[in-house]
Design a protein around this ligand. Structure first.
Ligand code: URA
Length: 237
């Protein structure tokens, strides 16, 4: 792997910035100064130091975030704060992106990674990855409506949703709390499913994605790296 690419990947700046860094003579490979950005290194075998500090190289990064409302699930935006802006500078590596989208007003579990293959596996409609949402709706929900949501409702564009699971946690006249598990990810799907039965979603939080569960210790806006066990679970290993 090229030295400049490796240093950019681990967060030492843009390719141009790391080229300058390398030229300044502070990068050593196996105790020898390297001055060429294009020189090749093997991150598995070579010992690389910058300003005397050893570099621990990882190809892929996986973060679980408890997304707050008001932030958008994109890598950049002209107007709004993005989930990438919530990462510490040292974690804002090139190519990190959110896996799928949560609406601006939706909270909860969001995976961020630079592993395109895993993201594809999780988002592919063919894989039917289940996602569970905690939903607060206006009004109550009766057994027929629960059944309709579970078997399939017709959305405003005519699409009929695939079988889902709906658990009623609290049924109230003004507000009800439910847990909905769906295996697809159409635009505004949860909101539109409740709209199909005449309800409005007033609060939405994603709790799970496949085998990954939101860590309840994460406050809104906080994130942490996935454990090795969580990564293997997500990869289906
Ligand atoms: N369904 C929605 O309507 N919004 C989300 O953010 C996620 C699922």
């Amino acid at each position: 792997m090229r030295m400049d690419k490796l240093l950019a990947n681990v967060g030492f700046g843009t390719r141009k910035e790391v080229k300058q860094l390398i030229k300044s003579g502070v990068v050593l490979v196996n105790n020898e100064i390297v001055k060429e950005g294009k020189s090749h290194v093997d991150p598995e075998k070579d010992t690389i130091t910058v300003h005397g500090e050893q570099i621990v190289y990882k190809e892929f990064y996986y973060f679980m975030m408890n997304k707050p409302a008001g932030v958008i699930s994109a890598t950049e935006d002209m107007k709004d704060e993005t989930v990438i802006d919530l990462l510490y500078i040292e974690d804002q590596r090139p190519n990190i992106f959110p896996v799928g989208r949560l609406d601006k007003d939706t909270e909860g579990l969001l995976l961020l990674t630079n592993d395109g293959q895993l993201a594809h596996q999780l988002l592919s409609p063919k894989k039917h990855v289940p996602k569970t949402y905690f939903v607060v709706i206006d009004g109550s929900i009766c057994e027929e409506e629960r059944h309709a949501i579970e078997t399939g409702v017709q959305l405003d564009d005519g699409y009929v949703t695939k079988p889902a699971k709906l658990k009623v946690i609290k049924n109230g006249e003004i507000r009800s709390e439910v847990e909905l598990t769906i295996t697809e990810g159409k635009y505004h799907q949860v909101k539109r499913m409740f709209q199909a039965i005449g309800r409005t979603v007033v609060y939405l939080k994603r709790m799970t994605m496949g085998p990954l569960k939101l860590d309840e210790d994460l406050a809104l806006g906080e994130y942490r790296e996935l454990t090795e066990e969580e990564i293997q679970l997500l990869k289906g290993k």
